[in-house]
Design a protein around this ligand. Sequence first.
Ligand code: G6P
Ligand code: ZN
Length: 544
Amino acid sequence: MNIHTVSTTPYSDQRPGTSGLRKKVKHFQQPHYLENFVQSLFDCLGELTGKTLVLGGDGRYYNPEAIQIILKMAAANKVGRVLVGREGLFSTPAVSCVIRRYKALGGIILSASHNPAGPEGDFGIKYNISNGGPAPESVTDAIYARSKEIDRYLMVEAEDIPLDSLGIRNLAGMAVEIVNPLADYAELMEELFDFPRIKTLFDTGVFHMHFDAMHAVTGPYAKEILEHRLGADPDTVLNSEPLPDFGGGHPDPNLVYAKSLVAKMYRGNAPSFGAASDGDGDRNMILGKRFFVTPSDSLAILAANAHHIPGYRLGLAGIARSMPTSRAADRVAEALGIECFETPTGWKFFGNLLDAGKVTLCGEESFGTGSDHLREKDGLWAALFWLNILAVRRQSVEAIVREHWANCGRNFYSRHDYEDLPADLSQQLMEDLRKQLPTLKGKRFGQREVILADDFSYTDPIDHSLTTGQGIRLCFEDDARIIYRLSGTGTEGATLRVYLETFEPDPARHDLDTQVALASLIQIADHVAQIQQRTGRAQPSVIT
Ligand code: G6P
Ligand code: ZN
């Protein structure tokens, strides 16, 4: 066997962010860049002999090349077996599912999630551990530390492995098993949801839906599950073919980017239900006929309706949401008599709670929802959860949401993003906010009094690890909140996110436009942080 030891020098910028290492494709194509990171990972994983890894990506540009490099490095590092999705495809939730089902050591996912792809776009690599979830900070810190001192990597010299047909191949003693990336995931969905009942809903002939795969990885999954197994119309899945540049689009499931779906859901004879997922299949957006469900409301409503779903019929152990996510779910948890955990932004913070059986459902305002069925957020799962609720309740999406608000009150919620700011300017803005914290508590802004002002920190209740500096929180007497936080996922400049939330118990006021309902809070947010003045921006670049 031909194992080469290749000398290399470290790169200083391989610290994984909120969700793995993400850079421009061109950055990854620098000599030894990908190899350095992969070897740093292998060096941190301990004994690899006889171990199984899962490998695949969202189909974006540079995926096929990266897969061949990683396979040859895995063989040289004595990995026992690698399960690779056919054509190199695997959604993030499917990797999580397969790691768990086959008790793999972990999985490597090639994706920059919803970031645009293509030669000028982004590429990314993230590692998931044996519970199927994103590597915790202890692991990513170790990889980063290793990447700063790496001086060699290992690689076998061999032909590329064809990825287009199922079967087992031998790569310098390592088994490369090309598997159907849909099979285990689709089976798991059948275990959780009432497929016969959802089928009946489609059989009525009056219920129609669309799922926008945005030319990314969920196309084949959605076609298999919605159209083939559940009997939805053959044109249900939009943009179903994964393309290396995602068709030039930006596969982020929100009202701005999921254009094909939004056009269909907001026209006269719109279908009853719409959903979209992102590049790697973990995010979701839920729409009714001319109606948008915020991710925070979606989490609360899934929790309140979980008893209708076979996989959750026994009840929820607890709920977890990221700190900036609205507190709609907290009200459901209270009504159900279960605990609601508040974690820093990033799915990895749910892992310990899920493993310890403390929570069943988790969600984030950033269009992520999931459960203990695996250890990632899961876009198609969220759509199926909603479909199952619709099949049982036979009401419209809007009616279900309005009934929920009437029962629990409405948390008006919006996120204002200021994208592409100079890094030093945004850091200074946050620093100055931090300095203001001691003087903010007790301060009044119009009718509102600040009752809590802090920089969010989190002690994991399971392993007691402490995570600090997770966003500036201002909580007011009337249950309103403002949160300031810098994005951890960008590849260019800095993005300031301002999260705004008020609580409205009165159903007569539930029809207000969100931005109108939040207007006075928006003013306070600008006044405290001097956003307009400091950034020179009259308004946010994106409002969700
Ligand atoms: C990724 C992670 C999510 C997280 C989001 C936040 O999508 O998987 O768990 O909520 O990033 O992104 P941000 O840009 O706000 O750091
Ligand atoms: Zn994603």
